[in-house]
Design a protein around this ligand. Structure first.
Ligand SMILES: NC(=O)c1ccc[n+]([C@@H]2O[C@H](COP(=O)([O-])OP(=O)(O)OC[C@H]3O[C@@H](n4cnc5c(N)ncnc54)[C@H](OP(=O)(O)O)[C@@H]3O)[C@@H](O)[C@H]2O)c1
Length: 273
């Protein structure tokens, strides 16, 4: 698995497995075990997904050395509002039970709270229990506000990003700031007909790949880490198999032309959940 170096030197696999909406812990455990067996070494969970225990259990059962697996988890909004950041981190550590966390993210920029949360993240980072800290769903203006009042630049900003929402401006902002962008819902959660778009099916035919693989490759060539969710072994393997072909600049422009600034998830300027 190819890896990207984050701004503090920590290496993160370019493709990971997302486990959102797999709340049944037996199923989550099966999915993570299967993913590890087909070659995944990067799992993206969150307190909010209610499956950290299952993720940790599958990792421990796999027998794969801990340092070979990259685990991301995220702190939920209520814990920012209550100010119980360290307690939330300790609870995630306990549920995962895997010695350390590779990447800990602020899940959403809760207005009036995210800067003080980040300061506590910096203290958690100093303990060594987490290898990198980052944010999720931050727009450029949130990152600018954070930069003014903090010491550590986030290693990652994980945002909704797919061909209907290509996020060119925020991506460029993060590139300049040394923040690695990660995409969530890179297939627009397969709810919008994105994978049937002619531009994507055409490129899939040209390269003997699937539309999903075209999207993952487009992200990789734009410098974006992906975490596709799949509970299906065949599709999991398919989503890892994107490193043996290359899109042209014209292909990338054609995919970019699908942009319609369409979100399937909430707008980070209105975090009222
Ligand atoms: N930070 C945040 O706020 C945030 C928000 C949302 C999500 N996330 C993270 O991002 C991950 C991915 O996002 P997502 O779960 O919303 O959606 P997604 O990865 O865009 O799409 C998942 C859907 O695509 C299907 N799929 C997977 N691989 C496929 C393939 N090769 N061909 C066709 N269909 C395929 C899956 O079905 P099967 O399972 O049947 O394969 C599932 O229905 C989440 O699991 C989570 O870890 C983060």
């Amino acid at each position: 698995m190819e890896k990207v170096k984050l701004n503090n030197g920590v290496e993160m696999p370019w493709v990971g497995l997302g486990v959102f909406r797999i709340e049944d812990n037996k199923e989550a455990e099966r999915v993570v075990e299967t993913a590890l067996s087909v070659g995944y070494r990067h799992i993206d969970t969150a307190m909010y997904y209610l499956n950290e225990e299952a993720v940790g259990k599958a990792i421990r059962k796999s027998g794969i050395p801990r340092e070979e697996i990259f685990v991301t988890t995220k702190m939920w909004n209520d814990d920012q509002r209550s100010g119980k950041v360290k307690e939330a981190f300790d609870a995630s550590m306990k549920r995962l039970d895997i010695d350390y966390i590779d990447l800990y993210l602020i899940h959403w920029p809760v207005e009036g709270k995210f800067i003080e949360t980040w300061k506590k993240f910096e203290e958690i980072y100093a303990t060594g229990k987490v290898k990198a800290i980052g944010v999720s769903n931050f727009k450029a203006h949130h990152l600018e506000a954070l930069a003014k009042e903090s010491k550590i630049t986030p290693a990652v900003n994980q945002i909704e990003l797919h061909p209907y929402l290509i996020q060119e401006d925020d991506l460029n902002y993060c590139k300049k700031a040394g923040i690695r962008t990660g995409a969530w819902s890179q297939f627009a959660a397969n709810q919008t007909g994105l994978l049937d778009e002619k531009i994507l099916t055409g490129l899939a035919g040209k390269y003997s790949k699937s539309p999903a693989q075209i999207i993952l490759r487009w992200n990789y060539q734009r410098g974006v880490v992906t975490i596709p969710k799949s509970a299906n072994e065949k599709r999991m393997a398919e989503n890892l198999n994107i490193f043996d072909f290359s899109l042209t600049d014209e292909d990338i422009k054609a995919i970019n032309s699908l942009n319609k600034n369409m979100r399937i998830g909430p707008d980070p300027d209105h975090v009222d959940f």
